[in-house]
Ligand binder design. Structure first.
Ligand code: 5AD
Ligand code: FES
Length: 346
């Protein structure tokens, strides 16, 4: 076996130059070797179960202007919406009936969602369904704000670091956003006690194997509970409209490496992966992922939460998405479970 692959499987760690070499030396055969080892590691901890998170896209209003993102504030073609708290609660209740025991409230950095509004919302979800984990994915906030939301009952927070390389971060974001603040947020979230998810896009403009190697090292040392990765997909109204999309093959390769870095990771096969390849989510699970995130948002807003073009699942009812994923997972020998889906210890 390739010596780097062998050592990664055995020690769960490589140096940055070694991660880079592993990425640069990707072949179909090596990808299969890593996928086999990743699936073995995943099965030892999670068996063939797949955790689900019901994703509620609460607002596409955003004060940020990230160059890659379709809901960036500078996009005047984006049809803006915001769900009312009652609509969000109705989605969470419908999700509960469908078997979701985690809801993810995801949105742009919309000033309407103050700590007061969010704490009320989290409190109401927890009062209705004490057995549901509440995950937030609402961008950069102050430490005090993260603390208030945690005290109100939020369990998890997803904030992709986007890239662990400062210069690359600066190439993907406007001047007013800072790499240091992003990292500050992630450290604060962890210190407060959230189960934290970070992550990055695969194939984002300007990304090199060196950048990806730095992402892997960052994850190896930061030790998040979750890592969300998916291919970059251009959105037609952004400065990156004409950039090529990332590939499912490289995404799956990195999923296998992440599983081997930390076998206990919660690792989603993302919607973006299902968008670049119709079998992308299945391939992600077969590469070592163990989570899927079906859409619970009201159907009339789904097309508007367009971070990238041609997103799948924007026309389906929530029940259809869950049913569809259940069939898809069963077809490859895995089962969706009704569970909060917390990280398991080894
Ligand atoms: N393609 C793929 N993923 C994207 N994201 C934002 N824009 C795109 C795009 N064009 C990802 C970012 C963000 C997450 C919510 O979606 O990584 O953190
Ligand atoms: Fe949404 Fe298949 S998961 S339609």
């Amino acid at each position: 076996m390739n010596t780097l692959a062998e050592r990664l499987i055995r020690t769960h760690s490589l140096t940055v130059p070694e991660y880079r070499a592993l990425i640069e030396k990707r072949t179909d055969a090596l990808a299969q070797t890593l996928a086999d080892a990743a699936v073995k590691a995943r099965k030892a901890i999670y068996g063939t179960t797949v955790f689900t998170r019901g994703l509620i896209e609460i607002s596409n209003i955003c004060k940020n202007d990230c160059l890659y993102c379709g809901i960036r504030r500078g996009n005047t073609h984006c049809d803006r919406y915001r769900l009312a708290p009652e609509e969000i609660l109705a989605c969470a209740a419908a999700g509960y009936e469908l078997g979701f025991r985690t809801v993810v409230l995801q949105g742009g950095e919309d000033p309407f969602f103050t700590d007061g509004v969010l704490c009320d919302l989290i409190g109401q979800i927890k009062a209705m369904h004490p057995d549901v984990a509440v995950t937030l994915s609402l961008g950069e906030r102050s430490r005090q704000s993260y603390q208030a939301l945690f005290d109100a009952g939020a369990d998890r927070y997803l904030l992709r670091h986007e890239t662990a390389n400062r210069a690359h971060y600066e190439a993907l974001h406007p001047k007013e956003m800072s790499y240091d603040n992003r990292m500050r947020c992630l450290r604060d979230l962890k210190a407060i006690g959230y189960q934290v998810g970070c992550g990055f896009m695969v194939g984002s403009p300007g990304q090199t194997a060196q950048h990806l190697a730095e992402d892997l090292k960052f994850i190896e040392t930061f030790r998040p509970a979750m890592v969300g990765i998916g291919p970059f997909i251009p959105q037609k109204d952004t400065p990156f409209a004409n950039e090529p999309a990332g590939t499912a093959a490289l995404t799956c390769y990195l999923l296998s490496i992440l599983r081997l870095i930390d076998p206990t990771l919660l690792l989603p096969a993302t919607t973006a992966l299902g968008t670049v390849d119709p079998m992308g989510r299945e391939k992600g699970i077969l590469a070592g992922a163990n989570v899927v995130m079906p859409n619970l948002s009201p159907v009339d807003v789904r097309k508007k939460y367009a971070l990238y073009d041609n997103k799948i699942c924007t026309g389906e009812e929530s029940a259809q998405c869950r049913g569809c994923l259940q069939r898809r997972m069963e077809a490859i020998g895995y089962t969706l479970v009704i569970d909060r889906g917390d990280r398991k210890d080894k």
